[in-house]
Write a protein that binds this ligand. Structure first.
Ligand code: ADP
Length: 270
């Protein structure tokens, strides 16, 4: 379907040789289209909270003789400002993840630490909804990568699991080793995702239910961030879900090759 745009340049090299340069412009065009699309989406997404903020500011001005109404509108302005700020932060995160050298700070990262950090981030939200947050599985596994990126990715999966689950349910994070890979799964007993939407949820700004996602503060960028972090680490993310029953998101990442000697014996021999 795609038109191939190939540009050839011919440069004479003395009397017997000719240098032919062939450049494929298809990829450059595709990247440019993605960039334009992204800018259009960002502008659209930023307009919503900015529009809400101006309406609320007008409401505050109109209600200056009613202190209770002013307080209520001001509270909603703070919510919108927080939403705007998390949207901008996620846009920055995503653009860094897509940068030229997204794994600048690669070093061996403990999966135990990544899981603990991700769980910590959602603890308050889970407590408020009486959701049991449990983690378990194989310990001591390490991957080569960026701890901040990995904690952000797993943090997004755990936060989604808690956000899209009703009260008094359970979210379980499991770690297991499968050959050269570590599998980190996040399973919830939440609302699930319709089969027809499963393909699209990793796209930027895609939300199954825009109105509901907005009321829960969602930006539609969380899973796109997870996808890029997984790819940066040579891994992948997948989803299994049954609508009305729950979902499992699984991150698969290549493990750091472990040395034959256990940690203790390394210490004593040093
Ligand atoms: P958002 O900021 O809206 O949560 P994400 O990119 O993290 O954006 O997720 C995209 C959409 O996928 C969400 O709007 C939601 O509809 C759906 N989704 C993600 N995780 C879950 C989950 N654990 N259970 C049900 N739906 C989910």
């Amino acid at each position: 379907k795609e038109k191939l745009a190939v540009h050839a340049r011919v440069a004479p090299l003395g009397s017997r040789f000719v240098l032919v340069l062939v450049e494929d412009h298809t990829e450059a065009k595709r990247v440019e289209a993605i960039r334009r699309d992204f800018v259009a989406n960002v502008s659209h997404e930023l307009k919503t909270p900015i529009g809400a903020l101006s309406l609320l500011a007008e409401a505050v001005l109109g209600a200056s003789d009613d202190p209770e109404a002013v307080r209520r509108f001001a509270g909603r302005m703070l919510d919108e400002a927080a939403r705007l700020s998390s949207l901008v932060q996620e846009i920055i995160d995503l653009s860094r993840l897509q940068g030229d050298d997204p794994l600048r700070h690669a070093s061996p990262v403990s999966i135990d630490d990544v899981v603990a950090e991700a769980v910590d981030r959602s603890r308050a939200l889970a407590q408020a909804k009486c959701i049991e947050l449990v983690s378990g599985g194989e310990e001591g596994l390490r991957v080569l990568g960026d701890e901040n990126q990995l904690a952000m990715a797993l943090g997004n999966l755990v936060e989604n699991a808690v956000t899209y689950s009703p009260e008094h349910t359970r979210v379980a994070i499991g770690v297991r080793r499968v050959g050269d890979l570590v599998e980190i799964s996040v399973t919830d007993q939440g609302i699930g995702i319709p089969e027809t939407e499963l393909q699209r949820i990793f796209e930027r700004f895609y939300r199954v239910d825009k109105a509901r996602s907005r009321s829960t503060g969602g930006t539609g960028l969380g899973l796109s961030i997870v996808k890029h972090v997984a790819a940066n680490h040579g891994g992948e993310v997948s989803v299994w879900s049954v609508e009305g029953q729950g979902s499992t998101f699984t991150l698969r990442l290549p493990l750091v090759a472990t040395s034959a000697a256990p940690a203790e014996s390394t210490k004593t021999s040093a």
